[in-house]
Design a protein around this ligand. Structure first.
Ligand code: CP
Ligand code: NVA
Length: 322
């Protein structure tokens, strides 16, 4: 085991036993530490070295929505660290017949050492965390996707060597991914511009919270209706689906509302020369992103997907390690 990796784990001991729900309650230095740990674990894995710090621990993954990346990367992260994993489909549990979140949380906490949850309302995740005596980790709610953003910050840091002062333009729907990017970017002193149609702005409470955080880190978080103006000088252009899980009934009106917000070649050309293109996936090509941009040389999209594994390994190790 690498000495420097162990030292970073030690420095992160303040995260032991804690929940990971929004990124809002993490100090910038804790996020930096997680990114350093993720980079160290990525390098070790590249050399064929795997730490087994979580041997004897069990991590449950309770999912109310589908997932490819989040499920696979959390399961693999836990297993490569030596932990057991249990994938639990909420539709197959008594939760689907009305058993309460409070009771389910208390039962699971008697069996496992941490619960990773993907659900709808963020308040359901918070309620679960309140009743769980073991740490709860957000694997996406309707309001936040902080595990995604840890991987995104790692990807940007790899590309640019720093986060402070970087300009990121998010173009599309003011959704869970946008919210977490605003909070995570603000914590890291980045300049985040969110460009959405008026009716699809991010939650004003999250915008205000992110702007207040940015004021203390030298960053900024602003909204801009015009996507062309938003990407001026941007070093990263980020987009996400216009129709998130649970919004399928709104598909038609959303596709109309977001016309003009596609990340295409013209928009990318209006950004900084070294700008990267980001997407959390799954992508709907020809909708929020043009196929040639998705496949083009600016894309770091599959680096983001890979970094889910390394970032979440760092998170699990910090929360559950000795
Ligand atoms: N980006 C992301 O969270 O993907 P999944 O929905 O496949 O987990
Ligand atoms: N905003 C998307 C993210 C998918 C990973 C959704 O919630 O469906």
């Amino acid at each position: 085991m690498d000495q420097s990796t162990s030292r970073i784990v030690q420095q992160l001991k303040g995260l032991r036993g804690r929940d990971f729900l929004t990124l809002r309650d993490l100090e910038p230095r804790e996020i930096e530490g997680l990114l350093d740990l993720a980079a160290a674990l990525k390098a070790e894995r590249g050399r064929g070295q795997l730490r087994r710090d979580l041997e004897g621990k069990t991590v449950a993954l309770l999912f109310f929505k589908p997932s490819t990346r989040t499920r696979i990367s959390f399961e693999l992260a836990a297993r490569e660290l030596g932990a057991f994993t249990l994938y639990l489909n909420a539709q197959e549990m008594q939760l689907s017949r009305g058993e309460s979140v409070e009771d389910t949380a208390r039962v699971l906490a008697r069996y496992v050492h941490a619960v990773v949850i993907r659900t709808f309302g963020h308040e359901q995740l918070e309620r679960f965390a309140q009743w769980s005596s073991v740490p709860v980790i957000n694997a996406l709610t309707d309001s936040y996707h902080p595990a995604q953003v840890l991987a995104d910050l790692l990807t940007l840091k790899e590309r640019f060597g720093r986060l402070k002062g970087l300009r990121l333009a998010y173009v599309g729907d003011g959704n869970n991914v946008a919210h977490s990017l605003m909070i995570g970017g603000a914590k890291m002193g980045m300049h985040v511009v969110v460009s959405t149609p008026e009716a699809y702005r991010p939650d004003p409470e999250v915008t205000a919270a992110a702007a207040a955080i940015a004021a203390s880190t030298g960053g900024s978080v602003v909204h801009e209706v015009d996507p062309r103006a938003a990407v001026q000088g941007a070093q990263a252009i980020y987009t996400d689906t216009w129709v998130s899980m649970g919004q399928e009934a709104e598909q038609e009106e959303r596709l109309k509302a977001f016309a003009g917000y596609q990340v295409d070649g013209t928009l990318v050309a209006a950004a900084a020369e070294d700008a990267v293109v980001m997407h959390d996936l799954p992508a709907y090509k020809g909708k929020e992103i043009a196929a040639d941009v998705f496949e083009g040389p600016r894309s770091v999209i599959f680096d983001q997907a890979e970094n889910r594994l390394h970032a979440q390994k760092a998170l699990l190790l910090a929360i559950l390690g000795q």
